[in-house]
Design a protein around this ligand. Sequence first.
Ligand SMILES: Cc1cc2nc3c(=O)[nH]c(=O)nc-3n(C[C@H](O)[C@H](O)[C@H](O)COP(=O)(O)OP(=O)(O)OC[C@H]3O[C@@H](n4cnc5c(N)ncnc54)[C@H](O)[C@@H]3O)c2cc1C
Length: 478
Amino acid sequence: MTAAKTWNQEEYWGLGYDFDPQWTLTPAQQQLQAELIELCAKVLRPQAIESDRGLVYPRRNFEALASLGLLGLFVPKEWGGLGESHTCAAMVVETIARYGCPSTAMCYTMHLGATAAALFRAHQSPVLQNLLKRLDADVLIGTLSYSDPETGSHFWYPVSSRARQVGESWEVFKKASWTTSAGFADWYIVQTTSPEFDGNYSDLSCFLIFKEEVKAEPHKWDALGLRGNQSGTLLVDGVTVPLDRMVGPKGDGTASNDEIVDPFFLLCSSACWNGIAMGAIDIAKRHVTRKKHVDVGMRVADYPTIQDYFGEAIIDTNACRMFTFSMGKLMDDLTNDCDWSIHADLTALPRSVHLPWYWQIKFAAAKNVAHVCDKMLHACGGSGFKKDMEIERYLRDGKAGWVMGPTNEVLRQFVGKLALLGFESLDYWNQSVNERVLHNELKKLDADGKRRLAEQLLAEAASAEAPVPQKVLATSAV
Ligand SMILES: Cc1cc2nc3c(=O)[nH]c(=O)nc-3n(C[C@H](O)[C@H](O)[C@H](O)COP(=O)(O)OP(=O)(O)OC[C@H]3O[C@@H](n4cnc5c(N)ncnc54)[C@H](O)[C@@H]3O)c2cc1C
């Protein structure tokens, strides 16, 4: 039988382990979870309040996580990490979000995504191995810098970024509109179009960039929720880095996205939204079981309406948790429990086959957290509206779920379109022509309009086929 859940060595005041899917965890993972809950009580939760009020980056929480070896959670044991699994990663992120600090959980999600992107291509890379071996000892926080100011939440489309080879170096230019931990992280995985880019935006490459090579603007960060997350702009302004800072081979960006960045981000961020939902249920339980109405001699928890709120919130959230943990288990099964040595074969991409399932867990978790936090606030009445109960912070933090890319609008459309029209219809990089739309629009033109359009198209085709003078080529590469 699982021991009782504790908080500062006393019985936990929220829901106990009987509402947690403990059977998805090994005994060692359950032990880690219990230690992490205590760390949340002592360090992470007080810091969450400070981060939210003062927009403070939660580095102190990362130092605490490093004391449990959690920065190298799935770094192999022979490199000094915990050698843990995808399921464990989901549990750790959920635990940090629920009992500790949602901002830290999101920064940690990005750290795990960046760590996974590095581990994916570390086999032949002393520079990546050296970094991965020092994550906990030196508290080296990583993050992912993908989103582009020109393409919004289509983060796989970095039109404002590029790279080129200059002698024995890469010159990297990255302009990012959002990067969690921007300016606070010690290392960044950034994505640009590949060197020798020829207009094909699916040709992407990844680079390892260090703190002193980026320009960030943390003073501009101010947001509704996840206020410690500091997801500001980031500029890598034509920085020259050695050739071994390319992560994986040239053009590996799409494989890295589909196999690593999407699966890890969607798994861990789903766990974050589920943790926030559970955290709101915990806080609300504490309040409604204590608050009494003297006139009717009842506690708030004694009203059937309130009981219904909790029943529905727990059932819906546990459905999302089981969905998320089942994807973690699938990823474990596909990779011999997150054995990175399978990627010594660069063509091994077992996680990416299930991409539509990662989209679904994120949609469900991000949709659920907003609803559950809303209902838990209702259950707490006016008291929940005040800051000291903390439930309004969970509500604000949970709101980030829906809008973070891939946004829930994009995800539900991906899934629906895929189911109805097939994979090609998703057209990530705007490459395939929708003949139905094209012909329907052309039908609306009269003969004159058609002629004018035809002339314009012929001129454009001629200019596209004209040879480019050598001098222009040399300058347009930057
Ligand atoms: C707290 C937080 C942390 C973040 N951290 C990071 C990070 O670490 N790294 C990183 O790279 N990015 C990060 N992001 C950025 C995030 O992934 C998105 O890129 C960003 O939220 C998009 O914002 P936008 O204003 O450009 O939205 P827009 O893309 O302009 O979206 C506006 C609206 O249009 C909808 N929309 C967009 N495209 C479509 C479509 N094809 N079909 C239907 N509707 C569509 C959206 O769903 C939304 O409703 C973070 C964002 C947040 C909120």
